[in-house]
Write a protein that binds this ligand. Structure first.
Ligand code: TRP
Length: 449
């Protein structure tokens, strides 16, 4: 490859894009509904364990591989372990990224519908029941959800085809700080609701009698999903990092901000769930039914609602862009496709699969595998199976196979302030703790043992 690889221009750009990848529907839509389904406080605690004890070291592992090789997932493993089967992570990553992109785009499409609905003041409906009914009739309808999924993916195409710095970095720099501010405003609003205390108790008070292997598996899947971990998404992004970027610090900041956003989302959602007498275990529709009811009770409801859904849409966009980048980098690096052509293939396949996912709430709701609709199946298989397996292989690879001098030199870049004990801690986690925990939760959660 003679062409010089693109790089993120600034330090802020690195943080904004990696946080942009991590923060998205995973935090604001998936975290509250999974926590709701799995009993609240205990789920949060296990999620935090997986984010900070397992997640941060595995994020570092992806960063090490990506920055060291400066290549896409497949190329990176081929360079580091030629002729050996480690590159399977690359293929798993490519598969899972397209599955995630497909169902994720459906939910991102819902945000577009809700921007539209907010501009129309939800057709004048103000009652909580009416708003809930509205979501149901929209999600189960035949063409609107599929249409929005396709619109959303088309917007992805336009941004991705422009390339790394111009498209991805610029958008994230502006959007992420704005999202934070608005979440804090909504939090304050929710904390003043009548059932705030009940909501917070549900979210923060762990009830360990609720912890089952499937809750553990759900929390592990959530942690990996939320950190964009296990598919090589972060390998791809870190291949655009500069040599000076401090990897451990970037991983830490990313995990913190990501966790903060998920917790803020929980603090916004659960007081409202209890105030409006809803069932916390409502599943994927939870957040979309609750949010409009929250806004309706705020002064200036339309403005808040439009602003919020625009930000949620942008946060989704910065995440889907990072998913697509896995395949695009692969096709351009390995097969010499032009960026435009690679993007077109990736987005085209996602439009097809995404439409099936969109219809799986309505006319295709009868298509099920093991009781899961196509939408739920894509989510379950990718988040609870492929991401943890990918994360486990990556941690074993960096912990046991990769030359230790590479690990040390990548983590201890000049000025990063990383001490030798920190490198040791990361390595111990990658060698022993992460593979054991992931393996155990995985085997028990799937009921294989
Ligand atoms: N982390 C993102 C979110 O929380 C989703 C995401 C982006 C992702 N890239 C990924 C998940 C790669 C798994 C793998 O919304």
């Amino acid at each position: 490859m003679t062409q010089q690889r693109a790089q993120f221009a600034t330090r802020l750009g690195v943080i904004a894009t990696t946080v942009g990848s991590a923060v998205g529907l995973g935090n604001i839509w998936r975290f509250p509904f999974e926590a709701g389904v799995h009993g609240g406080g205990a789920f949060l605690l296990i999620d935090l364990f997986f984010i900070f004890i397992i997640g941060v070291p595995v994020v570092c592992a992806e960063f090490i591989i990506g920055r060291h090789t400066g290549l896409n997932v497949r190329g990176a493993f081929r360079k580091l372990a030629p002729g050996r089967p480690w590159g399977i992570v690359g293929y798993l990553g490519l598969l899972a990224s397209i599955l995630i992109l497909s169902f994720y785009s459906v939910v991102a499409g819902w945000t577009l519908e809700y921007i539209w609905q907010s501009l129309n003041s939800f057709g004048g409906v103000t009652s909580v029941e009416g708003l809930h009914g509205q979501f149901d009739s929209f999600a189960t309808s035949d063409w609107r959800p599929a249409m929005w999924t396709i619109v959303f993916l088309a917007i992805n195409y336009l941004i991705l085809a422009r390339g790394v710095q111009k498209g991805i970095e610029k958008m994230s720099n502006i959007m992420m700080p704005l999202l934070f501010v608005i979440l804090v405003v909504f939090c304050i609003n929710s904390l003043r609701m009548p059932a705030a205390a009940e909501g917070l108790t549900f979210l923060f008070k762990p009830d360990f009698s609720q912890v089952t292997p499937s809750v553990m598996l759900g929390a592990m899947g959530q942690a990996f999903f939320s950190l964009s971990l296990g598919l090589g998404c972060l390998i791809t992004y870190s291949s655009y990092f500069k040599k000076e970027t401090p990897l451990l610090r970037t991983a830490g900041i990313m995990a913190w901000l990501d966790t903060m956003v998920a917790i803020l989302a929980g603090v916004i959602i659960f007081p409202a769930v209890f105030t409006f007498g809803m069932e916390p275990a409502a599943g994927p529709k939870l957040v979309f039914e609750i949010l409009p009811s929250i806004f309706m009770h705020m002064p200036g409801s339309m403005m808040w609602s439009v602003l919020f859904f625009i930000l949620l849409f942008l946060a989704s966009l910065s995440s889907t862009i990072s998913m697509s980048e896995i395949t695009i980098a692969y096709m351009t690096d390995e097969y010499g496709f032009s960026r435009r052509r690679a993007t077109a293939y990736n987005i085209g396949v996602a439009m097809l699969l995404g439409s099936v996912c969109a219809l799986s709430f309505g006319s295709l709701s009868g298509w099920t595998v093991c009781g899961l609709t196509v939408f739920n199946l894509f989510d379950y298989v990718s988040s609870n199976i492929i991401l943890p397996v990918g994360g486990m292989i990556i941690s074993i690879f960096v912990g046991w196979v990769l030359d230790r001098t590479v690990v040390t030199s990548e983590l201890m870049t000049p000025g990063s302030g990383v001490k030798p004990w920190m490198v040791k801690a990361v390595v111990i986690c990658l060698r022993y703790i992460a593979p054991t925990c992931i393996g155990l939760v995985f085997v028990c959660g799937l009921g294989l043992w």
